[in-house]
Write a protein that binds this ligand. Sequence first.
Ligand SMILES: Cc1cc2nc3c(=O)[nH]c(=O)nc-3n(C[C@H](O)[C@H](O)[C@H](O)COP(=O)(O)O)c2cc1C
Length: 199
Amino acid sequence: MAEADPHNTNVMLDGLINRNSTPPRLMVGGTPPPRADVERMLAAACSAPDHGAVRPWRFHIIEGEARNKLGDLFGKALLERDPFAPSAAIEKEQGRPLRAPMIIAVCAKVDPSRAPKVPVIEQVVAAAAAMEHLVLAAQAMGYGAIVLTGRNAHDPLVRAAFDLADEDELVGFVYLGSTDEPPLAKDRPDPAEFTSDWT
Ligand SMILES: Cc1cc2nc3c(=O)[nH]c(=O)nc-3n(C[C@H](O)[C@H](O)[C@H](O)COP(=O)(O)O)c2cc1C
């Protein structure tokens, strides 16, 4: 590669290769990212590849008191799945959203009428790509971020609260917060194990 790096390619590549999720327990301060920063993250999300420009992504910002409402919803969802769930398990569900100052739920609102040219799976993939752009942007801005789903993302009660129809998906909950922990070096898989020349 040439010496000059006018597009900061090396910085970007290093950021991608060394990217790490931040578990909520490493998020500090309790203050959500300012809206101006969130808008930059969402701008990055909206540059994701998107077959047919369907724009299937939906971003729901959850902060402050809304996190308690989401926790109540998670608790109710568990009780629906398991009416005999112990109170400790319900409390754990209720507390999940309180682990980070902000959560962005990323949904795929798909348009089945665009298939077969743009199959529904491709629309879900576009929303997932947007979610990863959001995570990468947050991390590039120095925030900690992690995608979490668990049973909640696929639970009928939770899906209904995010206005999802049958073919829509709740792609993930992005937990966001400040962190003062440097990203931990992680062993990553050897790309060669997943790569072949197709002939
Ligand atoms: C769609 C999606 C859902 C995920 N859901 C969970 C989850 O519910 N719980 C969890 O521990 N990790 C979940 N992960 C994985 C974490 O986001 C993260 O990738 C993992 O902790 C490994 O950290 P790393 O990203 O630094 O490799 C999910 C990842 C994706 C893409």
